[in-house]
Design a protein around this ligand. Structure first.
Ligand code: PLP
Length: 452
């Protein structure tokens, strides 16, 4: 059975149940599997004919062994992944595909993780018979994906903190129109304030009776399902042993970590490109080896990536043999040669993002929103700098363009059609609370919440 260790190396390793339940390790580190099971060639060849839920169950099975039976896991994957996962070939470019991860109920890639995790945690709560409070900070899409995935799950209540001025109307409405066991809280501050308050709550012994857990990319349960679509997509566009180029627009680096782990499990990856927006701490770190957060984080067009100090960086450093504390201090250097060989990053400005949306549309008839456009720009830049022959490239589109109707209309002159899941949102009544970015106020708020 796989155990999960803390990136801070001060807390003992635990099983998946405890890692899921806690979210963050008691030493404030993040959990990571102690080893990565290998998916051998025959298994990867099998994937070419398998469905998305079948691939998901196969990839995730070793991680949940002991917690869920195989049929149970397959059932969960079938329920969670009941929407399409399109791979759109890019017109005029050979073997370049947009992997559209935006067809879930909240139209962002976060549905993949949130829907799986809600079902797994729902089962744990039933098994253990004690209620759970999910606490999560969001810069846009985590909150809505988590809220939608957990809405109505018995025994679980969700508290989601979002920066009041930094989420779009639609993003906010996706969190504030559910009600029931979903409590949305607007913080008068930035995403980093929200994340800091959530972290402090987890470390607060005075809140232990609440059974707090996270559904951020802090939680290993959010990370594991994010490996699956890399295997799935590669099985559709590449030969079994053929490496793919992966392009993952990144903020808190949970999505990227899915790719890093998939590669360690045996997925052939030529290189992993991780374009970011104006929050450029990662490309600078990769270039200089010196880590400096962006503080406060910068408000960019691709708002779900406005992260100045990504929590998952500690995980990346750990996978490459180093140790980074939760404040960003490096206690042991990672294997820089390997890190730089396998990863590449670039900071993409808002101006470049807008230009990429225009160019993708006019040159390829490709409709992208700001997050996918950051990836597209990064991909174009990389192709010029480092030719990679005819290997297939997978560029991730992480949100549906209809989530950014004003921006798309300004740039392209039309409004993208909203998928059924987003339509009607504007008519539903909203309800949410507002708090200042002060931990003491938030703690009192949590203590006063009604039982789930
Ligand atoms: C969350 C999010 C990202 C960034 O993902 P990370 O795992 O935080 O790097 C990118 N695009 C969209 C649309 C998102 O919602």
């Amino acid at each position: 059975m796989i155990r999960y260790f803390s990136t801070n190396e001060q807390a003992p390793p635990v099983g998946l149940r405890e890692a899921l339940w806690r979210g963050q390790a008691p030493d404030r580190g993040l959990y990571l599997p102690e080893h990565f099971p290998q998916l051998d060639r025959p298994t990867r060849a099998w994937m070419r004919e398998a469905s998305y839920p079948e691939i998901a169950a196969r990839v995730l099975q070793p991680y949940v062994a002991g917690l869920l039976r195989e049929e149970e896991l397959l059932q969960i994957c079938r329920e969670a992944y009941d929407f399409p996962v399109p791979l759109e070939p890019v017109r005029g470019q050979s073997r370049v595909f947009i992997l559209r991860l935006d067809r879930g109920p909240t139209a962002s890639f976060k549905d993949f993780a949130a829907r799986w995790m809600a079902r797994v945690l729902g089962r744990l709560v039933q098994q253990e018979g004690r209620p759970l409070t999910i606490l999560t900070a969001t810069s846009g899409d985590t909150g809505s994906a988590v809220a939608s995935a957990f809405h109505g799950v018995p025994g679980i209540r969700v508290v989601v903190l979002f920066p009041r001025g930094e989420v779009s109307d639609r993003q906010r409405r996706q969190m504030t129109t559910l009600g029931g066991n979903i409590h949305a809280v607007a913080i008068e501050g930035k995403f980093d304030d929200c994340q800091a308050m959530v972290k402090q709550a987890f470390a607060d012994p005075g809140l232990q009776s609440l059974q707090l857990s996270s559904a951020n990319s802090i939680n290993i349960g959010r990370l594991l399902p994010q490996m699956v679509y890399y295997f799935y997509a590669a099985s559709r566009v590449a030969d079994v042993d053929e490496p793919v180029l992966l392009v993952v627009p990144s903020g808190n680096f949970g999505n990227m970590m899915g790719a890093v782990i998939a590669r360690r499990m045996g997925l052939p990856v030529h290189r992993l490109l991780v374009p970011v927006n104006g929050n450029d701490e990662f490309p600078r770190y990769l270039a200089t080896g010196r880590y400096e957060k962006v503080e406060p984080s910068r408000a960019c067009l691709s708002n779900a990536m406005n992260v100045g100090h990504p929590s998952n960086l500690a995980r990346l450093v750990a996978v490459y043999g180093g140790r980074m504390g939760e404040t960003g201090r490096v206690h042991r250097e990672p294997d820089w040669a390997r890190l730089r060989r396998e990863l590449w990053s670039i900071s993409v400005s808002d101006e470049e993002t807008r230009a990429a949306i225009r160019a993708a549309w006019s040159e390829h008839g490709l409709l992208l929103e700001p997050h996918g456009a950051v990836a597209w720009h990064g991909y174009q830049q990389y192709r010029q700098e480092e030719p990679f022959g005819d290997l297939p490239a997978l560029v991730l589109e992480t949100a549906h363009p209809a989530k950014f109707p004003e921006e798309i209309e300004r740039l392209l002159g039309f409004r993208p059609e909203a998928p059924a899941s987003l339509a009607g949102l504007d008519q539903r009544p909203e309800s949410y609370d507002r708090l200042p970015p002060r931990y003491e106020v938030f703690r009192d708020y949590l203590r006063a919440l009604p039982a789930p």
